[in-house]
Design a protein around this ligand. Structure first.
Ligand SMILES: Nc1ncnc2c1ncn2[C@@H]1O[C@H](COP(=O)(O)OP(=O)(O)OP(=O)(O)O)[C@@H](O)[C@H]1O
Ligand SMILES: [Mg+2]
Length: 319
């Protein structure tokens, strides 16, 4: 659905996108991640035909975004960041105007507008003036706008920015639902959301693609995949010594829990499982063991790892 080959965009003095290549297949919900200034919005603007690239090739549904921009725009619903709307218009009026602009036939416009109002939860505010809506509702109008001509592909640049947690949940469900019928490329900084909604993640850093895989594979790839958390009651130096001595254990960090227990983080290589050894050590040493679990790596860890080249700091635990 999207094919990008060696795409480069230079602004005066800044290379915002630097030889980027990737594809997004039909039916995928693809998360586009990267720190501020990585080149996400620039790439999305080029794909939507809003801006030419400096060099390279980009195609949507087989059509070149530069030379066949008409064809491409018909197939794309693009929601830019800082989504510009007409603040003086009423919601339905605006969507009607946008639908006309995007070539939705006059006879189909009303039905189409009703459908997107419903889809985006805008039914109650359809007669309101856009400028008077809350930020979240303005975002929804932007989303409705991107959907009004029923495009195959949605390109959404941070659609959940500025929304409250409830609205984020609603928009997340909406996007997941839209993903059943549309291909989606979505940029966001909310990583748990990507883990929940996207089948694939592309990470861009300083204008270059640094990773592209399923969220599961990305989280698996991190060193520390075998890390285990245990809560143990026992003498701290001997606990530490014994855990460090276990086969397969690379490192151990111990801190006191809130009570008389110790919290041990036991580092072991990916795809290994040292839990049985820890249990046996506890039994042999007569420690009390009240928790033994694998530490799940999150996409946030991966993101930090790839974009900052720093070992991720683990605070949460999973399962
Ligand atoms: N019109 C412009 N003129 C000059 N430089 C620009 C322009 N637009 C963007 N840039 C630069 O290009 C780089 C990439 O910007 P871009 O907006 O694509 O990043 P982004 O990944 O969308 O970041 P964010 O997460 O902050 O939205 C940045 O260094 C930015 O300063
Ligand atoms: Mg951006």
């Amino acid at each position: 659905m999207i094919e990008v080959q060696d795409l480069t965009k230079r602004y005066a003095g800044v290379t915002a996108v630097d030889g980027v290549s990737f594809t997004v297949n039909r039916g995928e919900i693809c998360g586009f991640l990267g720190p501020n200034g990585a080149g996400k919005s620039t790439t999305m603007k080029i794909l939507s035909g809003f801006m030419p690239a400096t060099s390279g090739e980009a195609k949507v549904a087989g059509h070149d975004v530069f030379t066949e921009s008409e064809e491409v725009r018909k197939r794309i619903g693009y929601m830019p960041e800082n989504n510009p709307l007409y603040p003086d218009m009423r919601v339905t009026e605006y969507l009607g105007y946008r639908a006309a602009l995007k070539g939705v036939p006059r006879t189909k416009r009303k039905a189409r507008i009703d459908e997107v109002l419903q889809l985006c939860g805008l039914g109650d505010v359809s007669r309101r003036i856009i400028g008077q809506l809350s930020k979240g509702y303005k975002q929804r109008v932007g989303l409705a706008d991107s959907l009004v001509h029923d495009p195959d592909l949605l390109i959404l640049d941070e659609p959940t920015i500025g929304l409250d947690p409830n609205q984020i949940r609603q928009v997340r469900h909406l996007i997941k639902d839209l993903g059943k019928r549309h291909t989606i490329l979505i940029s966001t900084h909310i990583l748990p959301e990507v883990e929940m909604t996207c089948n694939r993640v592309i990470i861009i850093n300083k204008g270059k693609i640094v990773a592209s895989d399923t969220p599961e594979n990305l989280t698996k790839m991190l060193e520390g995949g075998g890390t285990v958390r245990a809560e143990i009651r026992g003498d701290r130096p001997s606990v530490e010594r014994a855990l460090r001595g276990l086969p397969g254990v690379k490192d151990v960090a111990i801190e006191p829990a809130n009570d008389d227990f110790l919290r041990a983080t036991i580092y072991a290589p990916p795809r290994s499982d040292v839990r049985v050894r820890v249990f046996e050590a506890a039994a042999a040493n007569r420690w009390t063991l009240r928790e033994l679990s694998r530490v799940r790596q999150t996409l946030e860890d991966v993101f930090a790892f790839i974009t900052m080249k720093e070992a991720p700091v683990k605070e949460e635990e999973g399962k």
